[in-house]
Design a protein around this ligand. Sequence first.
Ligand SMILES: [Mg+2]
Length: 380
Amino acid sequence: MKIKNVEVFPLEFPLEYPSQDATGVWDNWSTVIVKVTAEDGTAGYGEVGPLHGGGLPAVTGLIESRLKRLVIGEDCFQREKLFEKMVGRGTSAYALGPVGAAVSAAAGIDIALWDLAGKLLDTPVYNLLGGLVHEKIPAYASGFFGIKGRALTAEECGEEARQYRDQGFRGVKMKIGFGYSQDMANLEAVRKALGPDLGIMVDANQCFDYPDLMGHIDGYKAFDLTFIEEPLRINDLYNMANLAVNAGVPIAAGENYYGKYQFRDVLEHHAVNIIQPDIIHAGGITETKKIAAMAMSYDIPLCPHIHASVAVSAAVQMLGSCSGSLAAEYITSGGSYDLRCRLCPGSYMVEDGYVPVPDAPGLGIEVDERVFEEYYPKWM
Ligand SMILES: [Mg+2]
């Protein structure tokens, strides 16, 4: 079956007020939905995002001007070959680099091709990945974003944690890196709200240096953390490996690495205890399944970064088919949840702390294309 067309739909979802973590601030939630249509009219969907803070023209331009012509007319089942054609030797990687936007743009097409293959074969993507291992995935609530130019207060953190507890989540992930005393107050409020049995993960978004964090590590460890995410600059594999040995808390990272070679280096350096590929940044399903296989050979569990709309379902299919799966990230704030509920109603809904793996063909979602026009950026 040949690929007849590739279309891109940039979407910009405005936020009520700017959102932030320890190292970034954004005032809109943007993403690009990719639609790949086969010659029989069957369509698969992928996504390149999040692009909070900009980048829509870069991604749409990459696909429209470069990647699209590489795949139209090709066999839609040849995902491995087409990924190489987009990102392999002598291709986009030559002029645009082997990591970053070029990989994410190719991932958008790749995810759509997996959705398309599942639909054409009338089977869920997990059956193309080796079959179902987990019918449902434990979900942890991820949020605690700063608002209006400031970190959340301890009281606000406690309130958000109580909401997640009452919704049935098994654990929460909160932002840290807003100053040691603020972090301690926030953690204290969250632990108090959750009680001793639910998990607390923290995400530093790369804000610490090794000596700073080691100087305060006992304070953070006192809250019985499940893991610390991106504690240092993600390219400082040397010190991440030191942390993994000396911190006494599991180290997690992955959302800012691209492609199997970067992930191989992370694993080879023993820089993480838990691996968190973002299925878009990592290079789509084709590349992430290789990353998951590598991680399993190190007994490193898979706990992907999940913060998108259509591509969320790709991560769920991956988690459902991987024996090394740990948990699914579940974000209900910051725009991505609202946009996803509009685009793919009923998809990726948490039930009693678990996300079921859908068994409909492809990614198992229905995309409402009427939403594309509503959120098309007026300035593009
Ligand atoms: Mg993170």
